[in-house]
Design a protein around this ligand. Structure first.
Ligand code: OAD
Length: 263
């Protein structure tokens, strides 16, 4: 915890076995989902009323077919999301994970397409579902760095024509994974290695229903690695967890860090 973080509220009990597992670990792999960034003001996907998929149709915005049918609509939607991320700040949970790495290796494997872990100072070993800030050519795959992909300059519109790749003149696409697409092979391989090397796994803020990503903590549990879950609600991964701590990321992770440091 950094000096400017408030002390964790009283009443958040982290089971002593979970604290010891983290304290003794040389390598902690942290698997995060949208709930990790909820207290930074970024919407999750499936929470009732507030989730993005409650308001927006994933089939019209997050599939290769959607991109084929209306690239300007899809591009504008991801630019809008990127602007929201740029206006957000890492929360106390992100910062606690970064601080936890002072005494052990803490490797983040995230399903999130934001950059809040990085801005908090964590090593992100894998962005399984890509990044809002890594657009690339839809044809040749070349990374695109043109200023017209800069979300800070993007105008708030329903449709924005995507930029053109300077190499092959095809359309530049968002650097995220859409439904029906394979995960990036390099990100998957890094994530698998991080899980295999871990002494303990911490799962934060994911419904755990999107595969293959959600299979990683399951496999770790099957291999006998302890899994500690932080989520205010039960998830599909709860049954694989050694400890399920029913609190939010920005409350639970600072409490874990404080308890680990007390030992
Ligand atoms: P979901 O929206 O499916 O799940 C969010 C989880 O966060 C839920 O289990 C909530 O209970 C929990 N949660 C909410 N607020 C929280 C908080 N403050 N602290 C901790 N947990 C909290 O989001 P993901 O599991 O990330 O994929 O969704 C997985 C994938 O589905 C995403 O990466 C995205 C989406 O479609 C793609 O876009 C490819």
């Amino acid at each position: 915890m950094t000096d400017h973080d408030p002390a964790p509220p009283p009443g958040i009990e982290i089971p002593s076995a979970a604290v010891e597992a983290v304290r003794d670990a040389e390598w902690v792999t942290v698997f995060t989902g949208a709930g990790m960034s909820a207290e930074s003001g970024l919407a999750t996907f499936r929470d009732t009323d507030t989730g993005l998929w409650e308001q927006y149709d994933p089939m019209a915005l997050a599939t290769p077919q959607a991109w084929h049918d209306d690239p300007a609509l899809v591009w504008a939607w991801y630019q809008w999301r990127a602007r929201k991320v740029l206006a957000a700040q890492p929360n106390a949970g992100h910062r606690a994970l970064a601080d936890l790495a002072a005494d052990r290796a803490v490797m983040v494997v995230t399903q999130n397409v934001d950059d809040l872990h990085e801005r908090a100072g964590s090593d992100v070993i894998s962005h399984l579902h890509g990044s809002l800030f890594a657009p690339r050519c839809s044809h040749c795959g070349h990374p695109y760095h043109g200023t017209d992909a800069d979300p800070t300059d993007a105008v708030e519109q329903l449709r924005v024509e995507p930029p053109t790749c300077p190499i092959c003149l095809s359309t530049v696409r968002p650097g995220v994974v859409w439904f029906g697409e394979p995960l990036p092979a390099d990100q998957w391989s890094s994530a698998e290695k991080a899980f295999a090397a871990s002494d303990v796994v911490i799962v934060v803020g994911t419904s755990g229903i999107v595969r293959p990503a959600a299979g990683l903590p399951e496999r770790a549990a099957d291999a006998g690695i302890g899994v500690i879950e932080f989520n205010p609600e039960p998830s599909a991964l709860t049954r694989y967890a050694t400890h399920s701590i029913r609190t939010s990321a920005a409350v639970g992770l600072p409490a874990l860090l404080a308890a680990v440091r007390q030992g």
